[in-house]
Design a protein around this ligand. Structure first.
Ligand SMILES: [Fe+2]
Length: 263
């Protein structure tokens, strides 16, 4: 039987939240999604996530929320990360940090594992995502029928390398963090569905979701001006992955989503 996983790229500020509310229920229905994973690390005005915003993302239809390097910016989320099993922070942060990096969700008679990892190239050098990911995957695969990975990273080479490393071990690995959707979706030789970056869910005419004028001034002046989320109309971006539940580690297809949200 064919199954579908919907992965949604980084939700940016209020415009991203509006896009999610306006569009996610319809997208889930249209694609008959068995599992919906949303990266929420930019929901709080572009920088982190609060418990209230996380609850809103769940109520819009996410089964699991993934995050990344901005997850620590709103301190009120720390306890929530410990208490809510279906919100993740990258698994390769040092042990002892709040939260956890993987979740298991049951739906339609299947158990789905979701793993969140973070890259180290051009980012803070936390624990090795390859080694930590391998350990987490081993554990998840013993508990789950299908596993998907959100690799929150900046460097495309690192993203492709980890995808090939985990090819045959999971159903899909998609990148987040750059907010720019790539057009390289494909199935790797052993069946892993891969896309370098899902893109963001938030303002379309913007610089990675933020006000272009402020970004230009940052470059012209080298002043540490704080980015502000653009208020231009939003799009929702992500990918849909299908697989046959008889062969869960061999994806059938991966299709990008990039749609105007009308808000
Ligand atoms: Fe990020």
């Amino acid at each position: 039987m064919e199954r579908t996983i919907l992965m949604v790229g980084d939700v940016i500020g209020q415009p991203g939240m509006r896009a999610l509310y306006a569009h996610l229920p319809m997208l889930k229905k249209q694609h008959k999604a068995d599992l919906c994973v949303v990266n929420g690390e930019n929901a709080a005005d572009g920088f982190g996530l609060t418990p209230d915003l996380a609850e809103m993302i769940f109520s819009a239809g996410a089964d699991v929320i993934t995050t990344g390097n901005h997850v620590w910016q709103q301190r009120e989320i720390y306890r929530y990360l410990d208490e809510q099993p279906n919100i993740l922070r990258p698994a390769n942060y040092p042990s002892g940090n709040p939260g956890h990096g993987s979740a298991v969700v049951a739906h339609g008679g299947l158990r789905f594992g979701v793993l969140n990892l973070q890259g180290r190239q051009r980012m803070w050098p936390i624990d090795c995502p390859f080694k930590r990911g391998r350990d987490e995957l081993r554990k998840l695969k013993s508990e789950c029928d299908a596993v998907v990975i959100d690799f929150h990273a900046d460097d495309p080479q690192e993203k492709e390398a980890i995808a090939y490393h985990f090819d045959g071990q999971a159903t899909a690995l998609v990148g987040t963090h750059t907010h720019i959707q790539t057009a390289d979706e494909r199935i790797l030789p052993k069946g892993l569905a891969y896309l370098t970056d899902l893109g963001s869910t938030g303002p379309d005419l913007s610089i990675i979701g933020f006000d272009p004028e402020i970004s230009i001034q940052r470059h012209l002046t080298d002043l540490p001006l704080r980015n502000e989320v653009s208020e231009n109309p939003s799009i929702i971006q992500g990918a849909v992955i299908t697989f046959d539940d008889a062969k869960p580690h061999r994806a059938l297809s991966i299709t990008r989503i990039r749609e105007a949200a009308g808000v």
